[in-house]
Ligand binder design. Structure first.
Ligand SMILES: [Fe+2]
Length: 197
């Protein structure tokens, strides 16, 4: 047994007892069962596990960036739209914090150490530009969680964990796409695309 398990069931009366044969067969069945249960663990590639942990840490950095970037956007938005967007941006900061919590916990569960750093924060006093930054932020999150799901193939629980968060990131993409649609920002973006086309 590679895993070091050794189960032997013996009849306490005698080896010739009719129960002995049954117990011997049960012993073999238990060995097979335990070997099967431990096989997945034994076959896990430590390099793959480390790659997933590293990528989850990249995601965690992105989520910490979201906490700071959305908070900053909520702080500095001014004018009449402050009534709407200050609350929305702070809610998105809280969502990023929630994702950071879940990903950080998962990194530890996988045996890694969560990062406590973030990427550069994009900020602007121009609301349209902030909305574009937000859309780009959510789209990058979708890309990163999608990659993590590909890497986690075979680990169903981890895939489902990541898919739950991915759904919320896609909601973010959808929401900012709608907010930017037909807005000045979208028009400016379209113009600049035409220039570079
Ligand atoms: Fe997130």
């Amino acid at each position: 047994m590679r895993a070091g398990f050794n189960i032997t069931l013996e009849c306490h009366k005698s080896r010739n007892c009719p129960e002995s044969d049954l117990l011997a067969r049960l012993s073999m069945r238990y060995r097979c069962l335990i070997e099967h249960l431990t096989q997945n663990h034994l076959q896990r590639n430590p390099m793959v596990d480390q790659a997933i942990i590293d990528h989850l840490n990249e995601i965690l950095k992105h989520e910490w960036t979201g906490v700071a970037q959305y908070s900053q956007a909520g702080f500095i938005v001014e004018g009449v739209w402050r009534e709407v967007y200050a609350e929305k941006f702070l809610a998105d900061a809280k969502e990023s914090f929630g994702h950071a919590q879940r990903v950080g916990d998962k990194i530890v569960a996988l045996g890694g150490v969560p990062v406590a750093t973030r990427n550069e924060v994009k900020q602007s006093r121009d609301l349209q530009e902030v909305l574009q930054f937000s859309l780009a932020f959510e789209a990058k999150a979708v890309e990163m969680y999608s990659k993590a799901i590909d890497m986690a193939e075979g680990n169903k629980a981890l895939v489902i964990f990541l898919e739950d968060i991915l759904t919320e990131e896609q909601d973010g993409v959808d929401e900012y796409t709608k907010l930017l649609r037909n807005s000045e920002g979208a028009a400016a973006g379209a113009k600049s695309s035409q220039k570079t086309a």
